[in-house]
Design a protein around this ligand. Structure first.
Ligand SMILES: Cc1cn([C@H]2C[C@H](O)[C@@H](COP(=O)(O)OP(=O)(O)O[C@H]3O[C@H](C)C(=O)[C@H](O)[C@H]3O)O2)c(=O)[nH]c1=O
Length: 184
């Protein structure tokens, strides 16, 4: 099998190492195999693929969709390098409010599986094309998020003067999100 699953310090979030076959022409790598995922995760069914391009310095996130439209995500980098972040929003979890960060790049062939009870975001360390599969369709009305620089979550983005959308700059704090009951 061309995939190796590694646990992270956040329960339910997994780093997947993809095999890359290099030769004089370039390289080949499998991005996704249903049999591998079904063998590791029982209820996983991806329904949508997304591609976003981010210039160096862009931060997108921290986003999630509320139940019943919550989305598990399999995040990969086709070209470039990102620091990918998942934040546990499951109230009953020992990891509630904690985050994990993983470097995903074309070079390291890592993908990150993020369960649907996590918020997701990333910073582009280089111009990057990010391809990710989701286990639920986009549902605009269910979109929620937390400010990228929330002090209670404390993500260390290591990016001076990041480029962030107006929409993301208006996202609530983690404390406000909890008050509104927007957690799992
Ligand atoms: C996510 C999404 C967006 N759109 C439309 C809505 C906007 O007109 C435009 C840009 O959307 P947005 O600014 O929300 O894109 P991102 O900031 O990259 O949002 C994503 O970034 C973080 C990191 C995520 O994990 C989520 O998938 C998602 O929230 O694409 C769609 O038509 N379908 C979609 O699935």
């Amino acid at each position: 099998m061309n995939f190796k699953l590694n646990e992270t310090q956040l329960s339910g979030v997994f780093l997947i190492q993809r095999t890359r076959f290099n030769d004089e022409r370039g390289y080949f790598t499998e991005f996704f195999r249903e049999d591998f995922f079904k063998s590791q995760f029982t209820e996983i069914n991806f329904v949508q693929d997304n591609l976003s391009f981010s210039r160096k310095g862009v931060i997108r996130g921290l986003h999630f969709q509320k139940l019943p439209f919550s989305q598990g995500k399999l995040v990969s980098v086709i070209h470039g390098k990102i620091l990918d972040v998942a934040v546990n929003l499951k109230k009953s979890s020992k990891d509630f409010g904690k985050y994990v960060m993983a470097e995903l790049s074309e070079e390291n062939c890592y993908s990150l599986y993020i369960p649907d009870y996590c918020a997701h975001g990333f910073v582009a360390l280089e111009d990057s094309y990010v391809l990710y599969k989701t286990t639920e369709y986009y549902h605009k009305e269910s979109e929620r998020g937390i400010r990228y620089d929330d002090p209670d979550i404390g993500v260390k983005w290591n990016m001076a003067n990041p480029v962030i959308s107006d929409k993301d700059l208006k996202l609530p704090s983690f404390k406000k999100l909890i008050k509104e009951g927007d957690y799992f």
